[in-house]
Design a protein around this ligand. Structure first.
Ligand SMILES: Cc1cc2nc3c(=O)[nH]c(=O)nc-3n(C[C@H](O)[C@H](O)[C@H](O)COP(=O)(O)O)c2cc1C
Length: 211
């Protein structure tokens, strides 16, 4: 299966070729892969900053454990969860769905109330954890969309979120940086590409429940 070949081909790139950039068509495709990603109730409570400007990437590097992927990648995707949930987010979502699907707002109003009720059952800590989980499926889709086009990636949590939030003044926008993906092309010198991929054995990872 092609998906397995892609998963074997990809690796967390440690050294990007700073001279190789993805083109606009590839970027559009990657953005669409993110946009089409599933999220809880479909709310998409996150935003993605995309940075290709070298000067900005240079300023970000010290906030990201000095990792070279930040400056050498073609595009840096910073996934930011909503810092706080607001019932209004659900209203906006119901408005969007009903408009796009040509329905009366009232047909999905009950569903909106159901979502609001369920989210309100979470404690503030649980809400934050829930919000921070939201972008991860989009991260995975981005990585897989890249691999399909033989574009390299490195998912990254090696940064100080508070520093990134301060740098982009994300607090004011109700955003919180949770995970990044550096996207570009591997350097020929990146020794990590030759390492054997190591994963737990199937038996250690899966447990068949029932017959
Ligand atoms: C959420 C997440 C955060 C990660 N953060 C970093 C990072 O900051 N720097 C880095 O070099 N690799 C990072 N990695 C890469 C992992 O170390 C890597 O995926 C793992 O060792 C498996 O190797 P492979 O992806 O090359 O198969 C991260 C991976 C994930 C999923």
């Amino acid at each position: 299966m092609q998906v397995l070949n892609n998963l074997k081909w990809r690796y967390a790139t440690k050294k990007f070729d700073a001279d190789k950039k993805i083109n606009d068509e590839q970027l559009s495709c990657l953005k669409e892969a993110i946009r089409l990603s599933p999220s809880s109730y479909g709310l998409q409570l996150y935003k993605v900053l995309i940075i290709s400007d070298l000067e900005i990437k240079k300023q970000l590097q010290p906030l990201c454990w000095q990792q070279s992927q930040i400056t050498d990648c073609s595009h840096l995707f910073i996934f930011c969860s909503y810092k706080n949930y607001n019932d209004n987010d659900v209203d906006e979502y119901i408005k969007l769905v009903t408009t796009e699907q040509g329905l009366e707002y009232t047909t999905l109003e009950g569903y909106g109330s159901f979502i609001k009720g369920k989210v309100s059952e979470k404690t503030p800590t649980e809400q934050t954890a829930w919000l921070e989980r939201q972008p991860y499926l989009a991260v995975s889709n981005l990585i897989m969309a890249c691999a399909e086009q033989q574009i390299d990636t490195c998912p990254m949590e090696g940064f100080t979120p508070e520093d990134i939030n301060r740098f982009f003044q994300l607090d004011n926008k109700n955003l919180n940086a949770v995970v990044m993906v550096a996207v570009g092309y591997r350097s020929e010198d990146d020794t990590a590409q030759h390492r054997k991929k190591v994963r737990k054995a199937e038996n250690d990872l899966f447990e068949i429940v029932g017959s």
